[in-house]
Write a protein that binds this ligand. Structure first.
Ligand code: HEC
Length: 170
């Protein structure tokens, strides 16, 4: 790469990162190490893909990606429920569609045999984290305090990010 172009890319990249941080700082007083890792993994300017390629049989790949889209949909529904103070609903959505109770629905056992160990662990971490959120959200219906539920939701979100940063499907 020509030195000028490289310099420009650094300036532009730095500018973008600066803008993102400023926007972040407006919303949060503190940064956690995990947030930084998540941000780095999701760098939009990435030009290389170092994620491990995992081969799933065709139908299982289609099925898995459809599950994934439901995961994202569920996170949105959970956020909506929290915003309207429907803590029990948020809890139930998380447990039934993402938590330990969802394993059978997702055919987790069948899918797991095609996953490397690290990916299986990332999946388990997500299901556990969703069930933990479900408990915290239930507590919130008694205390009325949204913050612990939001913190648990953020942890759940990080388990999605961690798996996506490491694996992709063939
Ligand atoms: C155990 C690993 C793992 C976990 C945990 C995980 N995902 Fe995924 N997800 C994947 C893989 C692998 C892909 C395919 C990525 C690729 O091939 O580029 C994917 C793809 C997706 C897609 C794209 C679907 C499509 O149609 O292409 C969405 C949306 C998604 N995931 C949402 C989520 C959300 C939300 C969570 C957390 C609640 C989550 N995922 C948790 C592994 C995971």
């Amino acid at each position: 790469m020509n030195r000028w172009v490289f310099g420009l890319a650094v300036v532009l990249g730095g500018g973008l990162a600066g803008a993102t941080n400023a926007a972040d700082d407006a919303g949060h007083a503190t940064h956690h190490p995990m947030d930084q890792a998540g941000a780095a993994a999701a760098t939009p300017q990435a030009t290389r893909d170092d994620r491990q390629l995992v081969a799933f049989p065709g139908m299982l790949r289609v099925h898995t990606l459809s599950n994934m889209r439901d995961h994202l949909q569920t996170l949105g529904e959970i956020q909506g429920a929290l915003a309207s103070g429907a803590f029990d609903k948020a809890s139930e959505l998380a447990e039934q569609r993402l938590g330990m109770s969802s394993l059978a629905m997702h055919g987790a056992h069948e899918v797991a045999q095609f996953m490397p160990k690290g990916m299986q662990d990332a999946g388990t971490a997500m299901h556990r984290s969703a069930s933990r959120f479900a408990l915290v959200a239930k507590d919130a219906s008694a205390t009325g305090d949204l913050r612990p539920a939001l913190a648990a939701l953020s942890k759940l979100n990080q388990t999605c990010v961690a798996c996506h940063a490491a694996y992709r499907l063939q």
